[in-house]
Design a protein around this ligand. Structure first.
Ligand code: GLU
Length: 471
């Protein structure tokens, strides 16, 4: 592929006298947008269905669609290799969570920013939180080579000559955060969105404090011959910002990151070993029978009963999936406390709710809305979608419905909808918790399957676990 690309490049460049064409002409003539990126949960990875995913991937794919060309993704191992790829014309651009910095501006060009993040010093819970730069001096601080973090540390060192750190090229941000979690590294610097995502899986990591000023993330282009392509990219960002696509992509990957606290995450991880084995075969079977991801179904079970088959709530819901008597009747379940019936019934119920919702709602939003309906009731969810419409927003989009649901508890709103008052904040929390549990479970089971399967040398990156598991 690269060879073919090089040939096209040469041909196009030779064909146009002295001035090389803009990368945009090159992309359009070749029918391909070649993008280099990194494999991290905040950029690009293979999802649970082995399909490419990640916020940068989603954005780049939409951009390629806008240009009417094929997207070709080339992962690189280090930050430096990304910049080399655009400097050497091996790719049209970099989409990899890259911050705009003064130093980088000398050798590459940037699009408009699409996201702002903080740079955060990260430490391990129980090791004493450093509160200021001097408190970092004595500790072992490791950051990625060529990162904006290293650049910020160099700037800080001007005022704090005793500040020292180590730079590594081979590991990714996930490795560094894992090393802080297991104590092999004392401190690192991470972008806030990376921290938030990893925090769900590494409950020991904590933010000490923010350093530098906020970083603007953007796409990277070669300094020369990229002006028209950059203009297109800027138009694209303006459009996805306006039409809400950018917010949806960000919600898909980061929407559930701040839901679980430390105790909740630790307890969940413990229960995966102590309670889940009793039920996981049924979760797998029932999910497969109804076209659901078993980890999502198991996450629903955890949210409902903490995987206790004898659970009973004061409102009369019972069993591992906490079905009401009415739902159990509707599903023809005789004994709600029988875990197998309860799990199969819930799977059937969730699948039915998905079918009852309009097919204009796409995944994963469809699954989130079905779960919200499972929790608050189908008609209340319908009311919330009606409110979204009254507000001139999009009722097919979970992030808009999520904002409207709590309004069902406000008189001004519940008087205007058909089914009246509901404790609308509950389904929001319910869905976001399930998303968190499901992604932790995916992470744990992927890790285990990968180590069980070492002989086969699985090539799927471990980061695949970080996406939402639906669908
Ligand atoms: N945003 C960082 C940079 O631009 C990336 C490093 C990281 O992912 O931790 O260098």
């Amino acid at each position: 592929m690269l060879a073919r690309f090089a040939i096209i490049a040469t041909t196009v460049w030779l064909g146009t006298c002295s001035t090389p064409p803009d990368w945009l002409d090159h992309v359009l003539a070749g029918g391909q947008l070649v993008v280099v990126t990194r494999e991290t949960p905040t950029t690009y990875f293979l999802g649970h269905d082995d399909q490419p995913a990640g916020p940068e991937y989603d954005l780049a794919r939409r951009f390629a669609d806008t240009l009417g060309v094929e997207l070709v993704i080339k992962p690189r191992d280090s930050l430096d290799a990304l910049f080399d790829a655009v400097r050497n014309n091996e790719a049209h651009m970099v989409a990899a969570g890259i911050a705009i910095t003064d130093k980088r501006k000398q050798t590459v060009a940037f699009s408009e920013p699409y996201q702002s993040v903080e740079q955060q010093i990260v430490y391990r819970l129980g090791t004493g939180r450093p509160k200021s730069v001097p408190e970092v001096f004595e500790r072992n601080l490791v950051v990625l080579r060529d990162s904006s973090h290293a650049e910020t540390l160099r700037a800080i060192k001007a005022d704090h000559p005793r500040l020292t750190w180590q730079e590594i090229a081979d590991d990714g941000v996930g490795d560094l955060l894992s090393q802080v979690a297991d104590g092999s590294v004392q401190l690192t610097v991470a972008d806030s969105h990376d921290f938030d995502l990893h925090r769900n899986f590494l409950p020991e990591i904590r933010v000490a404090f923010d350093i530098g000023s906020a970083d603007d993330l953007a796409w990277v282009f070669p300094l020369q011959h990229s002006k028209a392509l950059r203009t297109e990219a800027n138009r694209f960002f303006a459009r996805v910002r306006r039409n809400g696509q950018l917010a949806r992509i960000q919600d898909r990957y980061y929407g559930h990151t701040d839901e679980l606290d430390y105790v909740g995450t630790r307890t969940f991880i413990r229960h995966v070993d102590s309670r889940l084995p009793r039920y996981d075969a049924w979760f797998r079977e029932a999910a497969a029978a109804h076209g659901l991801d078993w980890r999502l179904l198991a996450a629903v079970g955890y949210q409902e009963s903490h995987w206790r088959a004898k659970a009973v709530s004061p409102t009369g819901v019972r069993g591992i999936m906490m079905l009401t008597e009415a739902t159990a009747d509707y599903l023809d379940i005789d004994d709600r406390t029988d875990p197998r019936s309860s799990i199969f019934g819930a799977a059937r119920f969730i699948a039915r709710l998905k079918e009852r919702l309009p097919d204009t709602i796409r995944e994963p939003d469809l699954t989130w809305m079905a779960l919200a309906a499972y929790n608050v009731g189908f008609y209340h969810l319908r009311d919330a979608r009606a409110i979204v419409e009254l507000e001139g927003k999009n009722p097919n989009v979970w992030i808009d419905v999520r904002e409207a649901l709590p309004l069902l508890a406000q008189k001004k709103w519940y008087q205007r909808v058909k089914y009246g008052y509901a404790r609308g904040w509950e389904p929001v929390r319910y869905v976001e918790n399930i998303r968190s549990y499901a992604s932790i479970l995916r992470w744990i089971t992927d890790e285990r399957e990968t180590s069980d399967d070492d002989a086969q040398q699985l090539t799927q990156p471990a980061a695949s676990s970080f996406t939402d598991v639906a669908p």
